[in-house]
Design a protein around this ligand. Sequence first.
Ligand code: URA
Length: 446
Amino acid sequence: MRMYDLIIKKRNGQSLTEDEIKFMINSYAMGEIPDYQMSAMMMAIYFQGMSEEETLALTMAMANSGDTLDLSGIAGIKVDKHSTGGVGDKTSLALTPMVAACGVKVAKMSGRGLGHTGGTIDKLESFPGFSTEIEIATFEKNVNEIGISIMGQTKDLAPADKKLYALRDVTATVDQISLIASSIMSKKLASGADAIVLDVKTGSGAFMKTLPDSVALAEEMTRIGNGAGRKTVAVISDMDQPLGLAVGNILEVQEAIATLRGEGPEDFTQLCMCLGSYMLVAGGKAENEMQAREMLAEVIANGTALEKLAEFVKAQGGDASYVYEPEKFVLAQIVEEIPAPESGYIQSIVCDEIGICSLILGGGRETKENEIDLSVGLVLHKKVGDKVEAGESLATIYANDADKCRQAKQRFLAAYTIAPEKKEPQPLIKKVIMPSGWNEGKIFLI
Ligand code: URA
């Protein structure tokens, strides 16, 4: 088999066979196919697309290109959750203990934040001592014993994807749906969970800006997951404004803790309940969405979800006292309000700009090597549809550098549109893509 022939085939719009895709991925991972040939192939795929069969074969080849976790030794159904990333997306911090407190085993690999979106690992590292660089044996032990563990992606997990993603990043071939779906799902499949709940974000703060693109990505990912024998469901949720109110690492951890105490923002709580209900049904602990929601509400009300977070933090070396006393977290020194320039209703918020404000403050990283400041960020007081008076605070900003604070404030104000007419906010949950059979017997309401 020659890579040259495969490039011609794809360039001319023909489908590649499973064997050809395996050959291409394995040879590329071993350094036997040069970057220039793989770049040509990625561009051919970008223009010609891939069939469902090709996309599944590509995903499996990448998933099997390195270590794959075997979680079969852990009793019960192991469920994973993945978000395509957004601003203020601290969902995993609250959702995973909620679900684990209901008896579903959560085995999750997470990443760090990059660009305007944050990452779960950075947020978890707000707890002094917390580590996601744990051995696989510890990961399995924690999932088994306390029902939850989150670890960083090891370098040996789907290494072909890692190499290919870096190449796509510099050859303008990232934004192709089959390539994105296979890239994300290869890592999810290699992580070994039996069921996967995907949160596909849509809007100005998301990777996918339009609903049709988000639906297409969600459909592709659920097809891959279910095709690979993992029960996979995707929720498409709004990212046209930040999720919840807090944006910034420690601030988001505090908001997640408040949510586990039943005092979280409404939209964020709603998303946790929605994703959590699918995780409980996928994990075999609830028959339907209604029952799942009752169970989730119960673990918040009786404090066991909060206790589960404390257990999880402790098991990964973190200081769990912060779970019960979140005011112990040290926030940035400069704390200022951002007053509204005029009265009216909030019409829109350019969501990625709010993520960029946090980035400017030092709360995010532009490149993978950047250090981040966990203590900075913003807490919004007004979201789309809210009424505001001139001079009233739109948000509180937390900074450690006066110049960065000034820049972030300017950018923040430019992201808000205020006008006299009332505005209805968009629904948070846009659509749910589930495998056939799941909605028979009206399991889910949405
Ligand atoms: N995230 C990934 O892991 N891969 C992509 O291709 C895009 C986003």
